[in-house]
Design a protein around this ligand. Structure first.
Ligand code: 5GP
Length: 296
C-alpha cells in the first residue's frame, strides 16, 4: 500500500535529518572531539535505534576514525565477525563486546607510538614497500631523508630524498636538524629531518621512517616509544637475486651490500615486529596496520 503524500514527505525529511545527525557524529569523531568508543557506548546505553549513534553503520563509525581507511575498516570488521551492513545499534552482545575491546585497545595506545621505523637488509624491498604506502595511504607521513648521494634516474628532489651537498649536510648536523643520521654502505650520508616528524606527531598523524639499521638504533635511543619493524626477504637466495637483479650497483658495490645485508639480518631480533616481504601489497598492508595500533 502506498503511504499518503504527506507521510512520504515527512519520512523523506526525517531521513535527511537523520543523515545530517549521523554526519555530525562522524565529524566529531574525525576531528577527535569524540572517540568512536564513546559513540558506540552511547548507542548501547541509550537503546534508541533511531539515535544517530545507533543508526550509523559500524563501517561508517570506523572509517570516521582518523587514519582508518575503508580497507582497514573492512579487515577489522571481518576479524571481529561483523557484517559490512551492520548498524552500531543492531549489534548482538558478542559483537558489541568484540567491538568494545577493539576500540578500547586502540585508545590505550599512546599516540607517540605511531612513529614506525621500517628497516631491513639492503635490497629487501623497503623502498618498494614505502612507495606502495606513499601511493595508497596519503594520510601516512613518509619522512623524506636528506642524503649526500646523487639522485638515481627518476628520483625527485624533495619527494624521494633531499639531495644535499656535504657542506649542507654538515650544517644540518650542526644546527641539530636531524633525529638521526648515518653513513650508509661506507659511502654517502643519510639523515632524518626532525621538524616534520614532530609536527606530524603533534597533529596525530602516523609517521613512517624507512632507514638503515644504525638509524633504527638511533631512533630507539632518541624515541623509545617508536615501533621498530624489520622487513625480511622470503629467503637469503631471494635477497641475493633481488640485489643482483636490480642492476643499479657495480659488482664491488653489490658484494659490499651483501656483506652489509648479512650483518643487518643478524640484528633482526632487536626489532619489535618482523614482516616477510613475499608480496609488496601484503607487506605494505601489515606495515600500515601497525602504523595505527600495534597488534591490531
Ligand atoms: P638508497 O641509497 O638505496 O636509497 O638507500 C640506502 C640505505 O640508506 C637504505 O638502507 C635506506 O634505508 C637508508 N636510508 C635512507 N634514508 C635514511 C636516513 O634518513 N637515515 C638512515 N640512517 N638511513 C637511511
Amino acid at each position: 500500500m502506498k503511504p499518503p503524500e504527506v507521510d512520504r514527505r515527512a519520512a523523506a525529511l526525517a531521513a535527511v535529518a537523520a543523515r545530517r545527525a549521523r554526519a555530525a557524529v562522524k565529524r566529531e569523531v574525525a576531528e577527535r572531539r569524540r572517540t568512536a568508543l564513546s559513540v558506540a557506548e552511547e548507542s548501547w546505553r541509550g537503546g534508541d535505534a533511531t539515535a544517530p549513534e545507533s543508526s550509523m553503520r559500524v563501517r561508517e563509525l570506523l572509517t570516521s576514525i582518523p587514519s582508518m581507511g575503508p580497507t582497514r575498516a573492512d579487515r577489522v570488521m571481518e576479524r571481529l565477525g561483523i557484517a559490512s551492513s551492520k548498524k552500531v545499534g543492531g549489534l548482538g552482545v558478542r559483537q558489541r563486546t568484540k567491538l568494545r575491546e577493539y576500540l578500547q585497545q586502540r585508545e590505550r595506545v599512546p599516540r607517540a607510538s605511531r612513529l614506525v621505523v621500517l628497516a631491513g637488509p639492503t635490497a629487501v624491498g623497503k623502498g618498494t614497500v614505502s612507495q606502495h604506502i606513499r601511493d595508497h595511504h596519503p594520510d601516512v607521513l613518509l619522512s623524506v631523508s636528506a642524503t649526500t648521494r646523487p639522485p638515481r634516474p627518476g628520483e625527485v628532489d624533495g619527494k624521494h630524498y633531499y639531495f644535499v651537498s656535504d657542506e649542507e649536510f654538515d650544517r644540518m648536523i650542526r644546527d641539530g636538524e636531524f633525529l638521526e643520521w648515518a653513513t650508509v654502505h661506507n659511502s654517502s650520508r643519510y639523515g632524518t629531518p626532525r621538524p616534520p616528524i614532530d609536527e606530524a606527531i603533534a597533529a596525530g598523524r602516523s609517521v613512517l621512517l624507512e632507514i638503515d639499521l644504525q638509524g633504527a638504533r638511533s631512533v630507539r635511543e632518541a624515541m623509545p616509544e617508536a615501533l621498530l619493524l624489520f622487513l625480511l626477504p622470503p629467503s637469503w637466495g631471494e635477497l641475493v637475486r633481488r640485489l643482483i637483479g636490480r642492476g643499479t650497483e657495480s659488482s664491488e658495490e653489490q658484494a659490499r651490500r651483501l656483506e652489509t645485508a648479512k650483518v643487518e639480518l643478524s640484528a633482526q631480533d632487536e626489532f619489535d615486529v618482523k614482516i616477510v616481504n613475499r608480496d609488496v601489497g601484503q607487506a605494505a598492508a601489515e606495515v600500515v596496520e601497525l602504523l595505527d595500533v600495534p597488534g591490531a
